[in-house]
Ligand binder design. Structure first.
Ligand code: ADP
Length: 596
């Protein structure tokens, strides 16, 4: 699978394996850090945001706690009465009435005020709005006991129709510091309720205040919650009442609100001394809205960065690879015999040096090639003289110029004659190749009638075909256009192709020679029903010294140079050559020469 993806990338986008490697390195070196940076940035933004949210919630809660403490201190301050006289007797009754009236008038929060004697009997009492009052014995109530001990009393909250009411009591002290009476007040917490209700976190965050039993004091209503509701069963309230500080940093501080079922971030703590609970809840959507924008931006920038790396990596990789590509192309050109190839690399680094070394190497190779050609040329040329001499003398001996030959001598002379012929052909072929490689292979084309030339060649080769009882089926065509060709070379080509069709054929086979006229070429097809070639062998047919090693072909003698030379000659004349072959069925060679 991974290999398939690699191949797909290489063939469709990148063009080379090294480029793919470069691209991967770029991506690892650039995209991965960008990606990690992005993730880290988002993580840090989240972390700092969580701290901010926590900080905001906790400071709002602290403000609320401060406000409550101030309210209680102020209110207690009002009822901590100090009288000017030194005797221990109670304040006069009329005076008590007057003082209580004044307190009620001045403080909107007081719903009821009363004086209590040191025996625990209420001596005077006024209720807001007037009305009958019943003086009671409160000697058993904690407010009396606490105040009589000289301490201020903050009592339980009564959740009434007019709102939460708090009982406060304080001793009345004379100038000597003696407690002479107790002043008690029922205080309406309206002010705290209103204050709590007006506190806001962002757009929609809110505060909740409960008393020390977990009964809701403020706000008057929020979602399905109402003041007076007992929230003590709710675990968050329970934890706060137990003294825990919930700081909005924990995973569990993000939950679905009990009041409005929205996901919220919550915090909370207790009011010291009186143990009320203050909770803050901030809907996540609102709290996270600012950071969400930043997070989106960071995500976009990160993705953009990664994308840019992905897009730019192939470009830079391709630039880096250019010199290597040039070197590869140069090497391929040299392989194809273009010895003058030069690569131009101007990178001002080791690659440029490599390019220069490559250019020096090709100059050296060219020189070597020239030396080799020279050597082959001279060697073949020198070989030709003795071969020709041997041929001449053998010919004379065979003809009987040196006396009558007996049958045994004739029989022994035949392979000598054949071998010398083969040697002669080999020397000629090698000379031709050396000429071709040295660029000295000369062809002189002029308009010719191809039919005449081919007919002459056929006459020449017919005896060889007859020997193997191979029929040469030729369909001459009189209306063919003249072609540009070199008569001698064309004869060589035809003899090569037909002699192959005979050599690689069974006794009694056939060879068909026919023409086809194309817009620019006259095509000559030489078809045989011989051995054919395997698909693998077909790839190398025009290579120098190639000979198929398979099956019946192996037994046929040859040099592997004929088709190489044929190919060179056809191309030199501006023509083209190709073939089709099926193993065991036969082969068709086709060459085209340009119409004159
Ligand atoms: P040679 O015939 O001297 O071996 P060639 O260059 O003429 O060299 O041919 C190269 C190889 O191509 C041959 O050895 C043979 O295997 C194959 N070949 C050429 N012509 C034919 C043909 N007509 N049918 C089958 N094989 C062929």
């Amino acid at each position: 699978m991974a290999e398939k993806i690699r191949q797909f990338l290489i063939s469709h986008f990148l063009g080379s394996r090294l480029q793919l490697k470069f691209v991967l390195v770029f991506i690892i070196l650039a995209a991965v850090p960008v990606f990690i940076l992005g993730i880290t940035a988002i993580y840090l933004i989240d972390l700092s945001h969580r701290r901010d949210v926590s900080g905001l919630e906790m400071s709002l809660i602290d403000q609320e706690v401060g406000q409550i403490k101030k309210f209680l201190a102020d209110t207690l301050g009002i009822i901590e009465l100090r009288v000017g006289f030194t005797q221990k007797s109670e304040i006069e009754l009329s005076q008590q009435q007057f003082l209580l009236g004044g307190l009620l008038e001045e403080n909107r929060a007081f719903e009821e005020v009363s004086f209590i004697s040191l025996e625990g009997l209420e001596t005077a009492k006024i209720i807001r709005g007037g009305g009958e009052v019943e003086l009671q014995n409160v000697s058993q109530l904690p407010k009396f006991k606490t105040a009589k001990d000289g301490k201020n009393f903050i009592g339980e909250i009564g959740h009434t129709l007019v709102g939460p009411i708090l009982t406060l009591a304080a001793p009345v002290v004379n100038r000597n510091g003696d407690i002479i009476q107790i002043l008690s007040a029922e205080v309406n917490l309206r002010q705290i309720v209103t204050f709590t209700e007006t506190q806001k976190l962002g757009l929609s965050g809110y505060l909740i205040l409960t008393d020390n039993h977990g009964v809701m004091i403020a706000p008057r209503r929020i979602g399905r919650g109402r003041s007076g509701n007992d929230l003590s069963a709710w675990s968050r309230v329970k934890q706060i009442l137990e003294g825990k500080i919930l700081n909005a940093l924990n995973v569990r501080d993000r939950y679905e609100s009990f009041f409005n079922f929205q996901p919220v971030i919550g915090a909370g703590r207790r009011v010291p001394e009186i143990d009320w609970a203050v909770l803050a809840e901030w809907p996540v959507q609102d709290a996270d809205s600012v950071v969400q924008d930043i997070r989106n931006q960071v995500t976009n920038i990160t993705l953009f960065g990664v994308l840019a790396v992905f897009l730019l990596a192939p470009f830079f990789a391709s630039r880096l690879l250019k010199p290597i590509r040039l070197l590869k192309e140069g090497a391929e050109a040299v392989e194809n015999g273009k010895w003058d190839t030069k690569v131009e690399i101007a990178t001002d680094d080791e690659l440029q040096e490599l390019g220069e070394a490559f250019n020096k190497m090709t100059v050296g190779l060219k020189r070597l090639q020239e030396l080799k050609n020279e050597f082959v040329f001279i060697a073949a040329h020198e070989l030709r003289t003795p071969v020709t001499a041997i041929k001449g003398y053998l010919s004379m001996i065979r003809e009987g110029s040196a006396g009558e030959l007996n049958d045994k001598t004739k029989e022994y002379l035949e392979p000598v004659w054949q071998s010398n012929e083969r040697l002669g052909k080999l020397v000629d072929d090698i000379l031709e190749i050396a000429r071709s490689e040295a660029g000295k292979l000369k062809v002189e084309v002029k308009p010719e009638n191809i039919v005449d030339i081919i007919q002459a060649a056929l006459l020449q080769i017919k005896p060889v075909a007859d020997k193997k009882k191979i029929s040469l089926q030729y369909s001459p065509q009189t209306d063919l256009p003249r072609v540009l060709t070199d008569t001698g070379k064309l004869t060589e080509i035809v003899l090569n192709l037909i002699s192959n069709a005979i050599k690689y054929n069974h006794d009694g086979g056939w060879i068909k020679i026919y023409y086809k006229v194309e817009p620019q070429f006259v095509m000559t097809h030489i078809e045989d029903n011989g051995f054919g070639m395997s698909v693998e062998d077909q790839k190398h047919v025009f290579e120098k010294f190639f000979r198929a090693e398979s099956g019946a072909t192996k037994t046929v003698q040859g040099t592997g140079l004929g088709l190489f030379i044929t190919h060179e000659l056809v191309e030199k004349m501006g023509g083209k050559i190709s073939f089709k072959s099926t193993e065991g069925q036969g082969t068709t060679f086709s060459f085209g020469l340009p119409i004159a």
